[in-house]
Design a protein around this ligand. Structure first.
Ligand SMILES: C[S@@+](CC[C@H](N)C(=O)[O-])C[C@H]1O[C@@H](n2cnc3c(N)ncnc32)[C@H](O)[C@@H]1O
Length: 281
């Protein structure tokens, strides 16, 4: 987890309601690419840790007999359950827990996924636990938006969402140092998952990038939802200034696009996989 930072349950407090609307989807076809890469055949069990509103869990349920989404944020799990019901998914269930609480009696898995959630965990400890929870040859999967290179700007006429100005506004309200939960992660988001996974005893690393690039229209409401879906501008951080912040945010958006419509390209999705060695117990 970020240096000097302590997890607390306010991390994504109030974000769940905004998540589905605000976040851009992973690249179309990411689930099929992963299924092919891992040779998924509809058998075995999936664990999605830090599942949020179940975006990745629900995209993958059809490749497994059962899927379990784990997240400490009960509002996120309620959203996941709602989405599962809406899509008629019957082989997924949701467990309120932190990654650090695993194995939590959940049993053995063929695949354990962390989609933009591993960096919030005590990574060495969690990687060691996941190794024990996987069947031999099972896979640890890390999924995220590909940030480098960033997605190309969308073509005119609609403007891009004014992310830099939104960042400035958040800093005006919350201060120059990024906030998350009740603390301030000093070193930003940790990376080098490869070192963590190698230390834990995983091998057979593969990297798959699924291109996206489709241009999507976004309304001002979508961008407001995006802002509140983030841990560093989650609604609770603004306290009794939340309404003032939202009013100022909408003013920034109106100034950037008087018609309140924006366009941007979907980012590519990066998936990194490691295997539990077949000889390991
Ligand atoms: C950026 S969201 C990603 C949600 C989802 N995986 C996705 O890709 O859309 C990060 C999620 O990780 C969860 N999370 C944060 N710390 C965690 C921890 N220590 N253990 C498990 N989940 C955690 C948060 O509650 C949040 O739902």
């Amino acid at each position: 987890m970020p240096d000097g930072w302590q997890w607390d349950r306010t991390l994504f407090q109030g974000s769940a309601a905004h998540y589905q609307r605000g976040r851009l989807p992973y690249a179309p076809g990411f689930a099929e690419t992963l299924a092919t890469a891992l040779g998924l055949d509809g058998r075995g069990r999936l664990l999605d840790v830090g599942c949020g509103p179940g975006t990745v869990t629900l995209a993958l349920t059809r490749f497994f007999t059962e899927a379990i989404g784990v997240d400490p944020d009960e509002d996120m799990l309620a959203e996941a359950e709602r989405q599962a019901r809406r899509r008629g998914v019957t082989n997924a269930r949701w467990v309120a827990a932190r990654a650090e609480d695993l194995p939590a009696g959940l049993g053995e898995f063929r695949v354990v996924v962390f989609a933009q959630s591993f960096h919030w965990t005590d990574r060495d400890r969690v990687a060691a636990t996941v190794l024990e929870m996987l069947e031999p040859g099972g896979a640890f999967v890390h999924i995220s938006d590909l940030k480098d290179p960033p997605a190309e700007p969308a073509p005119p006429p609609l403007p891009a969402p004014p992310y830099a100005q939104i960042g400035d506004l958040v800093r005006r309200y919350l201060g120059a140092v990024r906030r998350a939960g009740r603390g301030t992660p000093v070193n930003g988001t940790p990376n080098r998952e490869d070192l963590v996974l190698a230390r834990a005893g995983f091998d057979d690393f593969e990297r798959h990038v699924v291109a996206a690039g489709e241009v999507v229209d976004r309304t001002a409401d979508d961008i407001v939802a995006w802002t509140f879906s983030r841990s560093d501008s989650a609604p609770h951080l603004f306290g009794d200034r939340l309404e003032d912040f939202e009013r100022d945010l909408r003013a920034v958006l109106r100034q950037a696009a008087p018609g309140n419509r924006f366009a941007e390209r979907l980012p590519a999705t990066e998936m990194m996989t490691w295997r539990k060695p077949r000889g390991a117990r």
